[in-house]
Design a protein around this ligand. Structure first.
Ligand code: UT7
Length: 345
């Protein structure tokens, strides 16, 4: 018998007095820009090869937003697709949470710009910044508002225009990232368990491993900061890699422990799509079979907060996730931040 279909799990939320209320992802939607940047194109821009990028990362191509296409546009397109699938009108959305490290501007929030673009006039709107972990942080925030009966419909979006903060002359980073967005609509769905648990973690002592030093209050934009290339993403790849594997493994184990299930009960594992070697190492450590793990980084590279959201949408669209399946999301990013969530679909 397939353990995934004969699962028995504990719902960690059930111990709280939510009077039968749950929080489900009732629909997902995603959008990636049209323009494709292939490894062969990068060979003409920096000293790299398709062979190096493919073998060290698994990435073959990534999407790049148009000059006049911003994070709020990408986010709004993903959100509209999720709303259509859920057969909801934008006016029904109570709250919009946008997870991004590439907001259109420092303020106002990208969530407010999305609210205007999709016409969600009733919705409260704000951004969160947990880098590549932002989508799970957003789901957990959204869930709190649903479970507390504050709101009925929450829109959580992970959206990035990373191409705007990439140093296109730095081969260490420019081959890794891409643009895109994924959106999820959260509601109470009677009779379904929905989001069973979400563990989140952070370690600010390692903030220096992955950052963009310029543009904030510590280093506002000056001609010197621009000349020193402070307004681009910087990463210590090797250290980030090691921390990613450990943190993703620990978060995944903790989320399974809370639900009293093991990896065999999970139908589909959706890890943050940063590097194929990280995904393989985490998969091996948690004991997942390769066919359980969903990978699409070959097409999009690392889209940070959008990464697991886009992958979740694609996994649902191609039938890898069916109603009632258990899904494990695992994320990791700058901060450092990490998280894992178990969802009954
Ligand atoms: O989303 C947040 C989480 N992000 C991550 O988790 C990313 C984590 N890090 C990584 O994925 C990997 O560390 C990288 C893909 C960034 C780098 O892979 P690596 O196996 O750790 O390579 P490395 O940094 O040790 O570099 C090996 C060599 C170096 O040359 P030397 O010093 O050995 O001569 C690099 O200069 O590869 C060189 N290199 C490249 N060569 C060709 C670095 N980037 C490139 C490149 N093309 N694009």
């Amino acid at each position: 018998m397939n353990p995934a279909s004969s699962k028995k799990f504990k719902n960690p939320r059930a111990q709280h007095d939510f009077k039968g209320r749950t929080c489900s992802i009732v629909s997902v939607g995603s959008y990636v820009p049209e323009r494709i940047l292939r490894n062969a194109d990068l060979e003409k821009m920096v000293e790299t090869t398709d062979e190096w990028i493919t073998s060290r990362t698994g990435i073959r191509e990534r999407r790049i937003a148009a000059d006049d296409e911003f994070t709020s546009d990408i986010a709004a397109k993903a959100a509209s697709r999720a709303l259509t699938k859920a057969r909801l009108q934008a006016e029904q959305v109570d709250m919009i949470v946008v997870a991004t490290i590439t907001p259109d501007m420092l303020f106002p929030s990208t969530a407010c710009l999305v609210q205007q673009k999709i016409g969600a006039h009733r919705a409260a709107a704000f951004d969160i910044e947990a880098a590549c972990s932002g989508f799970i942080y957003g789901l957990e925030i959204g869930q709190q508002f649903i479970m507390s009966r504050t709101y009925d419909t929450v829109l959580v979006i992970g959206a990035e225009k990373l191409s705007a903060i990439i140093d296109w002359s730095d081969r260490n980073t420019c081959v890794l990232f891409g643009d895109g967005a994924g959106a999820a609509i959260l509601q109470n769905r009677p009779g379904s368990h929905g989001l069973l648990t979400a563990c989140m973690g952070a370690d600010g002592t390692k903030a220096h491993l992955l950052s963009m030093p310029g543009g904030g209050s510590r280093c506002p934009a000056t001609s010197e900061s621009v000349a020193a290339r402070m307004h681009y993403l910087r990463m210590d790849g090797k250290e980030t890699f090691k921390n990613a594997v450990n943190a993703m493994y620990t978060a995944a184990k903790e989320s399974l422990r809370r639900c009293e299930i093991d990896i065999r009960h999970i139908k589909c594992v959706i890890p943050h799509q940063a590097n194929r070697r990280i995904i393989d190492a985490v998969g091996e450590r948690i004991g997942a079979e390769p066919e359980q793990i969903f990978v699409n980084l070959d097409k999009y590279g690392n889209t940070s907060a959008a990464s697991v959201a886009i992958a979740l949408d694609e996994a649902v669209q191609c039938g890898r996730i069916q109603k009632g399946d258990l899904v494990l999301l695992i994320v990791f990013g700058a901060g450092l931040t990490w998280g894992a969530a178990v969802i009954e679909w």
